[in-house]
Design a protein around this ligand. Structure first.
Ligand SMILES: C=CC1=C(C)c2cc3[nH]c(cc4nc(cc5[nH]c(cc1n2)c(C)c5CCC(=O)O)C(CCC(=O)O)=C4C)c(C)c3C=C
Ligand SMILES: [Fe+2]
Length: 416
């Protein structure tokens, strides 16, 4: 289906049917847990689309995100869903290698017909693009697509949470696609072309652009900062922690074989009251998070990666060094029956509102084997003083099927 690699075009080479990147060994194929080591390597990186689990979960977090949720058209059938996932899988296999969509790509077709590929990624490398597909709970509603008997036991809509102010129009969805890449245009190109492919079967319900990762999934990546200025992702689950991934991220299927090796994806658009935060004393900011703002160490002391000591007492105040309601205490596995999650969020900035306040925040993304992990930790955060400075304004919840192997399409066993 794919005509030519985008890099092949940049180098002036025709590469019909060739490797992901033409031009004398410029390709940099990485395993899912490996991070590229330079800017050029970032641009040339490719991650395998196929694997035991979908890419874009443990993959070293790329710099940009374009996330889209889709609704099936009102009269779409189970067969429409299956063929859509088939077509999306085929396109994603090629996009992940930095190749154009369609037989004739962006400029190789008839001048009398619209091009098959939209073309804005011509000349850009693969940029480590990963495409991750998810299914929304409404697909399993009785009487809708005949999939009710295939619903994983834990896949119920999320409950409502304290203080959230969700916008329905930018929440939920029947399907989701997470595109992550080191170049924003590459991520946007992927979603745009997948949306074209969906035409007549599904349309975008909401989409979110994110920049500046707010977590790391490998030890090679420095911990990035969120828009509150704090290092975020220090204690995230890392790609090489196989036992932690098995314990907290990969589902056993809940009696549904098609879902074994999958995971649940929760997104939360969390608006930050940036201007109020910026007028808050440094020591108060640090007490709210429970970590030092400079190096990211827990307030109990030492370095970023030192385990927090929740019993340590501040000699200055006689109180607990990490306050009883600090974010990192409330979210820590020790106080949440050992539960953890793999976080993979991004910053977002969307101009200003009518009051001149910055419309910015965290597009929180977490993968977990059970929705309970998110629910319990989010409930624990109900008394987080951080809530004075944030508001959850949108929510997404999806079942992410296992990865595909040669010739398969995403969620193939769902239709068996
Ligand atoms: C329900 C889950 C979580 C939401 C929502 C959430 C929002 C949120 N978090 C920060 C900033 C930080 N979070 C940190 C750690 C951390 N946060 C969660 C969960 C949620 N956060 C967890 C599970 C953890 C790790 C706890 C642990 O195992 O120790 C940190 C510290 C650095 C780190 O470990 O990542 C920061 C900083 C913001 C600003 C925010 C909402 C806007
Ligand atoms: Fe957090």
């Amino acid at each position: 289906m794919t005509r030519v690699s985008r890099r092949g075009l940049l180098l002036g080479g025709a590469a019909a049917g060739g490797a992901a990147l033409g031009g004398g060994g410029v390709a940099l194929a990485l395993r899912d847990g490996d991070a590229p080591a330079s800017a050029d390597a970032d641009e040339q990186a490719t991650y395998p689309f196929e694997g035991e689990h979908q890419a874009g979960i443990t993959t070293p977090v790329q710099r940009h995100l374009y996330f889209a949720a889709y609704d099936l058209t009102a009269n779409a059938t189970r067969d429409d869903l299956r063929t859509l996932l088939e077509d999306w899988t085929e396109a994603a296999r090629h996009l992940a290698q930095g190749r154009e969509v369609g037989e004739t790509g962006a400029v190789g077709g008839s001048p009398l017909a619209p091009p098959e590929d939209t073309g804005e990624a011509l000349g850009l490398g693969p940029n480590g693009l990963t495409i991750t597909f998810g299914l929304g709970p409404a697909l399993f509603e009785p009487g809708r697509l005949g999939l009710e008997k295939k619903r994983p036991a834990l896949f119920e809509p999320l409950p409502s949470f304290a203080l959230e102010l969700l916008d329905e129009a930018t929440s939920g969805g029947d399907l989701c696609v997470q595109a992550c890449a080191n170049d924003p245009q590459v991520a946007v190109h992927a979603i745009r072309n997948l949306s074209r492919i969906a035409f007549g079967r599904a349309q975008i319900r909401w989409a979110q652009l994110g920049y500046g990762r707010t977590s790391s999934t490998t030890r090679d990546q420095a911990t990035p900062r969120n828009l509150m200025g704090f290092k975020d992702g220090t204690r995230n689950i890392k790609a090489d922690e196989a036992d932690e991934l098995a314990a907290h991220v990969w589902s056993g299927g809940e009696g549904q074989d098609w879902f074994a090796g999958g995971t649940y994806l929760v997104t939360r658009k969390i608006q930050m009251l940036i201007e109020s935060w910026d007028r808050t004393r440094l020591d108060e900011q640090e007490a709210i998070i429970g970590r030092d703002k400079g190096k990211g160490a827990p307030l109990s002391g030492d370095t970023e990666f030192t385990e927090p000591d929740f019993e340590a007492v501040s000699t200055a105040t006689g109180d607990k060094a990490i306050p009883m309601d600090a974010h990192v205490r409330l979210a820590h596995p020790d106080f949440n029956t050992g539960q953890r999650m793999l976080r993979r969020g991004y910053n977002y900035v969307e101009g200003n509102n009518a009051l001149g306040q910055t419309s910015a925040g965290l597009f929180f993304i977490a993968f977990q084997k059970s929705p309970r992990q998110f629910i319990d930790i989010q409930n624990a955060l109900a008394r987080d003083p951080l809530n004075e400075y944030i508001r959850h304004v949108a929510s997404g919840f999806f079942a992410v099927p296992r990865g595909v192997r040669g010739g398969e399409h995403v969620a193939q066993d769902l239709f068996a």
